[in-house]
Design a protein around this ligand. Structure first.
Ligand SMILES: *Cc1c(COP(=O)(O)O)cnc(C)c1O
Length: 416
């Protein structure tokens, strides 16, 4: 398959990697940025790609495959049930839909039109973020709660969970919580408020792995639904995620996602995810019909999840790799400091540019590296401070050398 070769130099880079992208004329990227979706996430392990290829060789009932995935998700999260979704974001949309519709098929058929259906989800103001529109996509309405002076740095008080009670009405269907390592709002305390009103708590834990203990943590704290990205640290296919939690809510999500164009009488699905006896008829294609997950992706996620649970020493190996890289980068012309950040869930290397010695701005340098030969993508979160961050999670063996070479070349030509 040789479609077109658009840039011979970049193509040579791809060819060296023996990679399909060469045939497509798509330059590969040395990914020092992390798990970003826009970079396609971390490379998949051989076990995952092989399992996905095998999964493509036969047909199955997706319901049966999702049921087996649910068993695995139960085992690793401690949740009652689980579903493989097309990413954490889709998981949030399905979570919102589940909290609005529960097992009411008429409501499933009506969403995302939520007129006449209780549809309000409470959210702490400091938890508003660019991913929360995934909830509104299902027809839910977000109700901002509280003033968080901790988060703003303006005072001594954060949001007390009790304040959520003031905003709960008969239109409220759930409370949303954004999990973060340094979060000061207690999930346990929030859950106890929610319980008084019989409301579920939805947790966005998309990027809260590692540590792998977090697979259980939010469920242990009482969350009713938790989403994780499958394509971030778990190392599954980029287009996957996990939704886990209470049986009825996960079942509602499954019913609103999976293709169920089956005659009612002829339908005999696994009841954990598809509780037929609790339904008044079949939902139409639910609002999650466009969030389909292929059998190959479900299998790939399952294999990746097992590997993620069983892997030994990944943290220590990543530290070793960036320690090595730091040694090579420190002292390069144009580099002020190479600093290891080891107290983050994933160890990072911060490369502080010596801006006084450079005639180009950090943005110009990062842009040049992004579109250079080879393309090298850094995490640009601290670029405004002149810092390029290396997150080692998506680096392949040998990529460190290309990162160093790229930096040397770029910084040398940027010196005053
Ligand atoms: C990455 C992320 C998501 C989206 O996850 P996908 O699996 O890419 O859909 C949602 N919320 C937060 C906080 C994230 O970091």
């Amino acid at each position: 398959m040789r479609i077109s070769i658009m840039n011979t130099q970049l193509s040579r880079e791809g060819m060296r990697m023996g990679c399909v992208y060469d045939d497509l004329g798509v330059p590969i990227v040395i990914n020092a940025a992390g798990t970003a979706t826009r970079l396609g996430g971390p490379p998949l392990s051989k076990a995952v790609t092989e399992a996905m290829a095998k999964a493509g060789e036969a047909s199955v009932y997706i319901e049966d495959l999702q049921y087996q995935a649910a068993q695995l998700i139960r085992e690793v999260t401690g949740a009652e049930s689980g579903l493989v979704t097309s990413g954490a974001s889709a998981g949030l949309t399905l979570a919102a839909a589940a909290c609005m519709a529960r097992l009411d098929v008429a409501k499933m058929r009506q969403l995302p039109d939520s007129r006449g259906i209780p549809n309000e989800i409470l959210i702490a103001r400091s938890h508003r973020n660019a991913y929360d529109r995934a909830l509104t996509l299902a027809g839910a309405k977000l109700i901002d709660v509280g003033i968080d002076d901790w988060a703003a740095g303006a005072g001594v008080r954060g949001i007390e969970p009790e304040i959520f009670a003031e905003s709960i009405t008969d239109r409220t269907v759930a409370i949303f919580y954004l999990a973060r390592p340094e979060e000061r709002i207690s999930l346990r305390a929030l859950v106890s408020v929610a319980r008084q009103f019989d409301l579920p708590v939805i947790v966005d834990a998309a990027a809260q792995l590692p540590p792998r203990e977090n697979l259980r943590r939010f469920i242990d704290d009482g969350a009713d639904l938790v989403v994780f990205s499958g394509g971030k640290a778990i190392g599954g296919p980029q287009g996957t995620g996990i939704l886990c939690g209470k049986k009825e809510l996960v079942a509602s999500a499954a019913l609103q996602m999976v293709d169920l164009d089956v005659p009612w009488e002829a339908w005999n699905p696994p009841r954990l995810l598809f509780p037929k006896e609790a339904l008044r008829g079949m939902p139409y294609h639910g609002i999650g019909r466009g969030f389909k997950v292929s059998k190959e992706e479900i299998v790939g996620l399952m294999v990746a999840l097992r590997q993620f649970i069983e892997a030994e020493e990944t943290q220590a190996q990543m530290v070793e790799r960036i320690r090595c890289l730091a040694g090579q980068v420190a002292g390069l012309p144009g580099v002020d400091q190479a600093r290891l950040v080891l107290d983050a869930p994933t160890p990072l290397l911060q490369i502080k540019l010596d801006e006084a010695s450079l005639k180009r701005s950090p943005w110009e340098i990062s842009t040049s590296l992004r579109y250079g030969t080879p393309r090298i993508a850094f995490n640009e979160q601290l670029l405004h401070q002149g810092i390029l961050i290396v997150n080692p999670i998506s680096l392949r063996p040998g990529d460190e050398d290309l990162v160093v070479q790229g930096l040397v070349k770029e910084l040398t030509r940027s010196l005053r």
